[in-house]
Design a protein around this ligand. Structure first.
Ligand code: SAH
Length: 265
């Protein structure tokens, strides 16, 4: 990536009130906010981290968005998985460079981008998404951030009806009835492969855990991730007054071999 900002890039613009905007740079383009207008040409060719003044003499800071910032600001169809959960998901599901991964649904593509970064160019990501419009939006979001040359394909289909891919290392689910996927996942994952499911309510988690109990999956675990921000300003150092108290529960399980090896006599 070039050090200088280029036309066509999506940049993060932060005003003095910490409001954030995602802006696609266009030659000759202008960006308008409450804080006044700014010319894209004042940014193109300059390094990120630059501060510019608007027509109302307000300061705007311009940076390339991190993945976490991009996820929070990008156009959304479905609810995204938040950065606080995405980091742990990658570790709990042990997504590694070169992995063959299936993700369903794709939603807005937030988790998709994190998986693609982790599997690298030698991995493979298959996406199953039931809604054509979400599939398109997600692919636009992903390509705008990571580029076009990605080991990634999306099929518009219902994963409850089955999985056509085999020998998968990981299956990551963010959909309402993951227990319907368990029998398909038993055939699609390789032994030792990991199934991870993100679920908003504990009733869904119970149902999934019950179905996992009667399957060839083992080592099941469920966690939730709490993140508390801190306000740090001079002598005022304390937790933030507000926090996101709940997003979803993360459940993982590993596919085991059905048969035990008999003990040697
Ligand atoms: N993890 C995504 C958000 C997924 S939202 C993100 O981080 O952006 C849940 C998605 O699952 C929706 O897009 C919905 O259309 C899709 N979905 C629901 N049921 C499905 C099914 N049976 N098969 C495939 N996709 C499904």
């Amino acid at each position: 990536m070039s050090r200088e900002l280029q036309a066509g890039e999506r940049v993060l613009v932060v005003d003095t009130k910490k409001r954030r905007h995602l802006v696609t740079l266009v030659e000759g383009g202008e960006f308008h906010t409450h804080a006044g207008a700014m010319k894209h040409d004042d940014l193109i060719g300059h390094p990120e981290g630059i501060t510019v003044r608007t027509t109302k003499n307000q300061r705007l800071l311009v940076l390339r968005p991190t993945l976490g910032e991009y996820i929070l600001e990008m156009p959304r169809g479905a609810q995204v998985i938040y950065p606080k959960d995405i980091g742990p998901i990658l570790v709990l599901a042990d997504v590694f460079p070169g992995a063959r991964v299936l993700e369903s649904g794709i939603g807005s593509g937030a988790l998709t981008m994190a998986i693609l970064r982790s599997i690298g160019t030698h991995g493979r990501l298959y996406g199953y998404e039931i809604r054509d419009d979400f599939s398109k939006r997600a692919q636009e979001n992903v390509r705008a951030y990571l580029g076009d040359d990605l080991p990634f394909e999306v099929e518009v289909r219902d994963i409850y009806g089955g999985i056509d891919h085999v020998d998968l290392d990981r299956i990551l689910l963010d959909l309402p009835e993951p227990w319907q996927v368990v029998p398909h996942a038993e055939k699609a994952l390789r032994p030792g492969g990991i199934l991870l499911s993100y679920l908003p309510t504990i009733g869904q988690v119970m149902r999934l855990r019950e179905v996992l109990e009667t399957s060839n999956f083992g080592m099941a675990e469920t966690v939730e991730i709490l993140q508390r921000g801190w306000h740090i300003e001079g002598q005022s150092v304390r937790p933030d007054h507000r926090m996101v108290a709940h997003t979803g529960f993360l459940t993982t399980a590993r596919l085991l071999l059905a048969e035990e090896v008999p003990a040697e006599l």
